[in-house]
Design a binder for this molecule. Structure first.
Ligand code: B1M
Length: 216
């Protein structure tokens, strides 16, 4: 299995969609959980892509091809990740903030929240404050989750949080994404920060006051 997981990481790096799909099925048949496939196959592959992108070894087209390959695997894992264990734990509105089109991490968080029993309303990418506010009110959301992957867009989280406070909405806020930290979350006044999708589920459960049942 370890060998197949290494191959999976390499398939993400190479942007080999067909290989990613084939390996996802093989690993599932071999008894690995979707979370193990994510944490030990897909995410390490995308980490390498991130480093190569940062160092100008690869460029946007190659990153897009890797993202497409990873998304193909996620499409296979999604039905397994979203099988709810509890009946509607709470309502979460989630989106990637304005100016930001990165959605892989946000999609994983949304899937895992669904799998934990939350009703998730996914607003997609490049989400403006008005769209967040409309959805929070319409859906009577318990939690609003915001994702940002760029240092230039993370500041927009404060715009949304300030507006929520200004309007006196009782919704809780959770933030995450590669450049986000606990101290940033505190600085912008978010109720919770989550480092990854597993933590996001834990924090969401804390926010609505239910005991955590997630095993890492
Ligand atoms: Co972009 N990009 N990108 N990119 N990209 C980064 C973020 C970057 C760090 C790459 C680098 O330089 N090393 C860099 C940002 C630098 C910075 O801001 N300081 C960067 C850049 C610069 C850019 C562009 C500006 C490039 C350009 O055009 N010149 C451009 C921006 C476009 C825009 O948004 N306006 C751009 C574009 C793209 C692609 C479109 C090519 C593609 C996105 C495809 C897509 O998402 N559909 C892309 C990708 C794939 C990346 C990297 C390589 C990988 C991101 C990813 O999917 N990771 C990324 C490098 C990196 O992050 N190391 C990079 C895998 C994913 C599972 O992890 O998203 O972190 P992540 O999500 C995790 C946690 O963060 C957390 O849980 C998730 C699961 O565990 N989490 C939450 C996320 N959201 C959460 C919300 C929560 C809680 C937890 O609560 C609500």
């Amino acid at each position: 299995m370890e060998e197949l997981l290494k191959e999976m990481s390499q398939a993400v790096i190479d942007g080999n969609k067909e290989k990613c799909e084939e390996l996802t099925r093989k690993l599932l048949e071999g008894g690995l959980s979707p979370k193990e496939i994510l944490d030990h196959g897909l995410v390490p592959g995308m980490d390498v892509v991130g480093v190569r992108f940062r160092d100008n070894i690869i460029f946007v087209p190659e990153v897009l091809i890797s993202a497409r390959a990873m998304k193909a695997s996620l499409a296979i894992l999604e039905p397994l990740l979203t099988q709810a264990k509890i009946k509607e734990a709470g309502i979460v509105v989630i989106g990637t903030v304005k100016g930001d089109i990165h959605d892989i991490g946000k999609n994983i968080v949304a899937m895992m929240l669904k799998g934990a029993g939350f009703k998730v309303i996914d607003l997609g990418i490049d989400t403006r404050v008005e769209k967040f506010l409309d959805a929070i009110k319409r859906e009577k959301a318990d939690i609003v989750g915001m994702s940002a992957l760029l240092t230039t867009t993370m500041g927009y989280m404060k715009v949304v949080i300030d507006k929520i406070k200004e309007e006196g909405l009782s919704v809780k806020t959770m933030v995450g994404g590669a450049p986000i930290s606990q101290s940033f979350a505190e600085k912008v006044g978010a109720d919770r920060y989550a480092k990854n999708a597993t933590e996001a589920v834990e924090r969401a459960k804390e926010l609505i006051g239910i005991a955590s049942t997630i095993n890492n």
